[in-house]
Ligand binder design. Structure first.
Ligand SMILES: Cc1cc2nc3c(=O)[nH]c(=O)nc-3n(C[C@H](O)[C@H](O)[C@H](O)COP(=O)(O)OP(=O)(O)OC[C@H]3O[C@@H](n4cnc5c(N)ncnc54)[C@H](O)[C@@H]3O)c2cc1C
Length: 414
């Protein structure tokens, strides 16, 4: 065992107490630097390498201790602020991320600006030391309980679409912000529409320069597409946690109630899949199914290997490069294979829904969520375009090349 693994094991054995309130556990974990071991000291980490961070995570799991908070705050907001935020912004916001007291949401997509996000029309207008924000966002995961949001808004309609966008940190609890939940085909309501009507943002909550928001949003999206993101945890994301509940009780409830979103985001897909498969394979000697299973094993191994390569890139530049899009595509493809093979392995039970489903329906909820994985964070088609243009150096679509130079206010928009 390495030194850090020994130290972490001893720490978890000494401190893990399922009777402790969830909020106290998360605070203790953050203060120890074992919450997000790769992040800097003071922000839930110890500046460890990816390999050492993994050793800490394995030590925690071996002891059976519950993990740190997980969600937009940890895998999008924190890494972006660590790379792009001012020291004041990091001090103001990161403590609430690492101890789970400030849930965040991502306010990028709009009804007519999803894949073509740079066309967005939500306006932010400077008013003294503040900005007023008016417009509509959509598909905002966790916005119904978020206290803060990362927002991109148009600040210069005369500039071409990519250049007139600015990145803000916005208070979601203020008047002028209305959140309306949307229900998905899984039956859950994890994402929302968000309406802004003269909502306010102080200028000190602008990330980067006025008009430089596109570059910063791309940084956030590169973290979103990176399965090796150091802020992605193994606890459920996208629900409101009661910080006063004993952490052991919270963990049990979470396991029983996990929705498709949480399973996919918490890295539990593999565990859920293995469970479904083990019960299905007991009954199946179908060579075709077994062959597909072997291929799936290869895909999952490739994702792991590519992830390690992505981690090396992170070490060199501080953020994932555009190549990460390939990893996300392979990951969503693997997710669909897991769904298909898992449902087939379950046989007739694969068609059930509700209380009778094996494993409490955990695998089924994951299966219903898999189509969303190839849309969220950039669709497969758009990511393939990005690989073509940004990795392989292929020419842009002719129309798009012209649109990129046209002032946003003169663009034809739906
Ligand atoms: C589960 C989930 C969670 C999400 N959470 C958030 C969130 O928290 N915050 C947030 O801001 N957004 C979120 N989104 C929104 C997500 O980023 C968008 O749905 C995504 O970018 C696609 O945009 P769209 O839905 O408008 O589809 P469209 O852009 O309308 O695309 C429709 C179809 O056209 C294809 N297409 C579009 N343009 C091209 C092109 N140039 N070339 C080839 N094909 C193209 C697309 O691939 C797709 O198949 C979430 C989405 C999902 C599914």
């Amino acid at each position: 065992m390495t030194d850090i693994a020994t130290e972490a094991t001893e720490w978890f054995q000494q401190h893990w107490d399922p009777a402790m309130p969830l909020g106290d556990w998360w605070r203790l974990l953050a203060d120890s630097g074992f919450a997000f071991p790769q992040w800097p000291e003071g922000f839930g980490g110890r500046g460890l390498s990816g390999r050492d961070a993994k050793a800490v995570q394995e030590a925690r799991r071996a002891v059976g201790a519950y993990g740190p908070p997980n969600g937009v705050a940890t895998f999008l907001v924190a890494p972006t602020l660590l790379v792009m935020g001012t020291p004041e912004q990091q001090q103001r916001y990161l403590p609430g991320v690492v101890d789970g007291t400030t849930p965040w949401c991502q306010l990028f997509s709009e009804p007519t600006a999803g894949s073509d996000m740079a066309s967005l029309g939500t306006r932010a207008v400077k008013d003294g030391d503040e900005w007023t924000v008016t417009g509509q966002k959509v598909w905002n995961s966790g916005a119904h309980y978020a206290k803060c949001g990362i927002l991109i808004a148009r600040t210069d309609p005369d500039a071409p679409k990519h250049r007139g966008v600015t990145y803000f940190l916005i208070d979601m609890t203020q008047p002028g912000v209305e959140v309306r939940p949307l229900r998905e085909m899984t039956g859950d309501a994890a994402f929302n529409e968000v309406f802004f009507d003269d909502a306010r943002v102080h200028d000190s909550d602008r990330v980067g320069a006025d008009g430089d928001g596109w570059r910063i949003a791309m940084t956030t999206l590169s973290f979103e597409r990176d399965p090796g993101n150091a802020g992605l945890g193994d606890t459920a994301a996208f629900y409101e946690a009661d910080l006063t509940v004993p952490v052991g009780k919270h963990a049990e409830r979470e396991k029983a109630a996990a929705d498709g979103f949480s399973i996919a985001m918490s890295g539990r897909a593999g565990e859920v899949f293995d469970g479904a498969l083990a019960s299905g394979l007991k009954r199946s000697s179908d060579p075709v199914l077994r062959d597909r299973l072997a291929r799936l094993h290869v895909d999952r191994t490739v994702v792991g290997l590519t992830g390690r390569r992505g981690a090396a890139n992170m070490k060199a530049t501080g953020q994932p490069g555009p190549e990460i899009a390939g990893l996300k595509i392979t990951g969503t493809e693997t997710g669909r294979n897991v769904r298909d093979i898992g449902l087939e392995a379950l046989g007739a039970a694969g068609m059930l829904w509700g209380d009778d489903v094996p494993d409490g329906g955990l695998f089924h909820r994951y299966a219903m969520f898999t189509p969303a994985q190839s849309i969220a964070g950039g669709t497969d088609e758009v990511l393939r375009n990005s690989i073509g243009e940004r990795v392989l150096g292929l020419p842009r679509e002719p129309d798009e090349a012209e649109r990129r130079e046209t002032p946003w206010k003169d663009l034809r928009r739906s």
